[in-house]
Design a protein around this ligand. Structure first.
Ligand SMILES: N[C@@H](CCC(=O)N[C@@H](CS)C(=O)NCC(=O)O)C(=O)O
Length: 246
């Protein structure tokens, strides 16, 4: 009998740039595990959430094991786990096919996630929120590309390494395509054109097309919601930066 599994998540994230929810959602979809999902209203969190599920009061979080209970009455007998990268590793420990078995490939998957998450989100947030150069984003994507094998996913077969980076790539692509960010008008679209046409990024394009084609991604990435958030947030940030003469 499989253990009870409840995901506490939020479709709406007030800091619209966060990709953490999608990392866990994609991994759970790929795992094939049966789970219950509880939508946490982040602007009006249930008072039991912090004391009974996650003391730092953030989503995503998982309740694992224990008796079958209603998600709004979490059992003290279930294990409560949090932090998106911890959660995707945990899910991969439950469903071995999500994580490479070979220790070298496993280490490569971890290296891929560590390297990409150390470089790409900071480069993107710098450009998107402070108008820093988009060359930093292209350079980070070039690093990602240099870590990819000649074909296939991050370490060959699809793995949690891909779940960890795909949401960032998709969000960045969406923002650049729509020229949304604190950078000067036109620069986002220019970087998007470079990514989509420059022969230098050919391997990246194939990788991005492969991860984007996964059903798990398509079922969890809410393009319209993210776009609406980005349109509001980034036009304000661009105006603020231009207003400050930066
Ligand atoms: N480092 C955490 C970040 C999680 C996070 O910031 N979650 C946001 C939603 S996207 C949240 O729960 N915010 C609620 C709050 O801070 O009150 C992770 O990777 O899981």
């Amino acid at each position: 009998m499989p253990e009870q599994l409840t995901l506490y998540s939020a479709r709406i994230c007030p800091w619209a740039q966060r990709a953490t929810r999608e990392q866990v959602d994609i991994t759970l979809k790929e795992s094939g595990l049966s789970y219950e999902r509880f939508e946490v209203d982040l602007l009006n969190k249930p008072e039991w959430y912090a004391p009974k599920v996650n003391p730092v009061s953030k989503v995503p979080a998982l309740a694992y094991g224990g008796p079958k209970v209603s998600p709004d009455q979490p059992s003290p007998e279930s294990q409560k786990l949090a932090e998106s990268l911890v959660l995707i590793e945990f899910i991969a420990d439950l469903v071995e096919s999500l994580r490479p078995k070979d220790p070298v490939i496993k280490a490569k998957a971890r290296f891929f996630v560590e390297t990409v998450t150390a470089k790409l989100p900071p480069a993107w947030y710098g450009a998107a929120t402070r108008g820093e150069s988009l060359d930093n984003v292209l350079a980070a994507i070039d690093v990602l590309q240099s870590l990819l094998p000649a074909e296939g996913y991050a370490v060959g077969e699809w793995s949690i390494a891909d779940a960890a980076v795909t949401p960032f790539l998709a969000r960045i692509d969406l923002a650049l395509k729509n020229d949304l960010g604190a950078y000067d008008e036109g620069l986002g679209r220019k970087a998007w054109n470079t990514l989509h046409t420059d022969p230098k990024f050919e391997r990246f394009r194939k990788y991005f097309a492969d991860v984007r084609a996964r059903k798990s991604f398509q079922e969890t990435f809410d393009t319209e919601h993210i776009l609406t958030n980005y349109q509001k947030r980034f036009s304000e940030l661009r105006e603020k930066r231009l207003g400050a003469g930066v």
